[in-house]
Ligand binder design. Structure first.
Ligand code: CAA
Length: 378
């Protein structure tokens, strides 16, 4: 058993750390305040292969594997969680197209995600009344000659207002999970409109929008994977996506812990730095321990995916544990800052808001427990 990152993963992690430190950290507070990621930040990530880390080189990807991807994503999340989720979903979209696409689909979209032309990819699965239960979706795609016509609404769509390509799920058959197909839809398609922008508690730099499909016509060639086989594509993509969100949560918590340690060494009460009080030391010790456990679970899931082994329940465990631990760590980090943690002057206030959603999106903690429970019980 080897607990060290290999040379490639170290290189990719360090490169992400450099971009994060030089280019993203200085902008993170304004990304949060202004509610938008400057396009040049996303382009910079793409130019450094960060949007397609686990995608083959012939499609423009870096092909460095899932462990390196996880390490890199945590570095970006340490700097800015909003940028990290945009990177995570875009990598997920590029991988879905790479895995399930025809040659023509791969060539049409993946190199343009890789070089930043498409800016981001969007994953349009959830609906106003189908979040945890996507098998209940209502959006439909009906055949009309050699086209599909999509009608319906999607909600909570990350980067939906500027992504160049959407992976869209729609009902093409009967009720339930076996009547759903997956389509590739381009931004600007007639009948596709951007709805409400969510005014979120955290991750304010990442855009989250509703999408409306009114008679959106796409050619037969837009079908991704098999007809009525879309639900499994969503599940497989989310298995990988959950490694991304676990990695994101780890990055946010690493940043919160680092801020807490720095503050604890400087701030004095009762004549000594608060780091000298056992109450604070215990909070920091618990945080470090939980973070290491989260990291190991996440690397295990990433390694299993990278080596093409079953990883669904391991990804769910990583996401469940990492996101819940990260929530506790950000809470402790804020507590260590006292009143200063509750004001925007200190970054820990942002970490606390940003981390909360990691327990909700790409499958709530409750859904992760369903996946793990089913796997244990058979
Ligand atoms: N891999 C491959 N196939 C899978 C699978 C997996 N991980 N999980 C399930 N399947 C298959 C099953 O084998 C089954 O196949 P058959 O039809 O051949 O029998 C089929 O899919 C249906 O499976 P279930 O009966 O288990 O489906 P279910 O309706 O009970 O749902 C669930 C299972 C795990 C709860 C699933 O609904 C789920 O993951 N829900 C959460 C959805 C989610 O995570 N949404 C996130 C939105 S995206 C997002 O947040 C992105 C963003 O922008 C940040």
């Amino acid at each position: 058993m080897d607990f060290e990152l290999d040379e490639t993963a170290v290189m990719v992690r360090d490169s992400a750390r450099e971009i994060a430190t030089k280019e993203i950290v200085p902008r993170a507070a304004s990304i949060d305040r202004e509610g938008r990621i400057p396009p040049e930040v996303l382009l910079l990530l793409a130019k450094n292969t960060m949007m397609t880390l686990a995608v083959p080189e012939e499609l423009g990807g870096a092909d460095v594997g899932v462990v390196a991807y996880s390490a890199a994503l945590s570095e970006i999340a340490k700097a800015c969680a909003s940028t990290a989720v945009t990177m995570s979903v875009t990598n997920m979209v590029a991988e879905v197209i790479t895995t399930f696409g025809t040659d023509a689909q791969k060539k049409r979209y993946v190199p343009k995600i890789a070089d930043g032309t498409l800016r981001a990819g969007s994953f349009a699965l959830s609906e106003p009344e189908a979040g945890s239960d996507p098998g209940a979706m209502r959006t439909t795609a009906k055949k009309d000659g050699d086209h599909w016509v999509i009608d319906g609404a999607k909600q909570w769509i990350t980067s939906g207002d500027f992504a160049g390509v959407f992976v869209v799920w729609a009902r093409t058959g009967g009720a339930g999970t076996r009547g759903i197909s997956c389509f590739l839809v381009e931004q600007g398609e007639k009948g596709l409109s951007i709805g409400h922008h969510e005014d979120k508690m955290g991750l304010r730099g990442s855009s989250t929008v509703a999408l409306h499909f009114e008679g959106v016509r796409v050619p037969e060639s837009a079908l991704l994977g098999e007809l009525n086989g879309g639900f499994k594509i969503a599940m497989m993509a989310l298995d990988g996506g959950r490694i991304g969100i676990a990695s994101q949560a780890i990055g946010i918590a690493e940043a919160a812990l680092a801020a807490a340690v720095e503050y604890a060494k400087e701030r004095k009460t009762f004549g000594k730095p608060i780091a000298d009080h056992q109450a604070i030391q215990w909070m920091i010790a618990d945080a470090r321990t939980e973070l290491d456990a989260a990291r190991l679970l996440t690397y295990r899931a990433a390694y299993l995916k990278q080596t093409k082994q079953m990883f669904s329940s391991q990804a769910a465990m990583a996401k469940l544990y990492a996101t819940e631990a990260a929530g506790r760590i950000c809470d402790r980090a804020l507590q260590i800052h006292g009143g200063y943690g509750y004001v925007k002057e200190y970054d820990v206030e942002r970490y606390y808001r940003d981390v909360r959603v990691t327990r909700i999106y790409e499958g709530t903690s409750e859904i992760q427990r369903v996946v793990i429970g089913r796997s244990v019980l058979g």
